[in-house]
Write a protein that binds this ligand. Sequence first.
Ligand SMILES: N[C@@H]1[C@@H](O)[C@H](O)[C@@H](COP(=O)(O)O)O[C@@H]1O
Length: 234
Amino acid sequence: MNIIKVKNTEMGGKEAFKLVKEDLENGAKVLGLATGSSPITLYNEMTSSDLDFSNITSVNLDEYVGLDADNEQSYHYFMKDHLFNKKPFKNSYVPDGSNPDAEAATKEYDKIIEENPIDLQILGIGRNGHIGFNEPGSPFDGTTRKVGLTESTIEANTRFFEDEKDVPRFAYSMGIGSIMKAKKIILLAYGEAKADAIAATVDGPVTEDCPASALQNHPDVTIIVDDAAASKLK
Ligand SMILES: N[C@@H]1[C@@H](O)[C@H](O)[C@@H](COP(=O)(O)O)O[C@@H]1O
């Protein structure tokens, strides 16, 4: 794992952008994208750049079950707001949270991932080490599935909703197996709340207790962290 320490989220966005740009110059055609606050400075760099994404496909990690694309709390909306409205992609895929048929929604998404193999996957990380919405205990060979969110994730996401009871309890998430198939992975983590998760990801045992520890088995992972998130690394 390649670890890049940065002073702040702005510098993290710039470092990540350099890697994204380099990968696109080397012919990458499919970007795996993530939501949450961590990738925002990267998306700002992308939108203010002169890069053209109209030939690039994006595949997002996850979406809340029960929220349709127009819902302001949906990940569809987040991606449009932070990236796609300003930089349109050729195709942008996000799991269909408005489809109550989990079997159909997840199968459809696996087909999309299969048809659009991910060149570069951007990841954030949850406080408990989750990636996408793959909470602790998620199988390392998992594909897209409906997942229940843990209390700590619900609590962390409450800040985006008016009331904790409005936070969806389920999501459709790309599985760890699909994430691991990406050719390259960049994980972004900032702040003290991520320090334990980053230490477990990098220095801990490879275990389903920390979903991101699976990344130790991936050949091309870059982790971009600020001092606080890196504070518990060995
Ligand atoms: N499903 C998302 C994850 O993909 C994201 O990595 C995590 C951390 O978000 P943040 O970057 O805001 O800390 O939040 C959610 O759980």
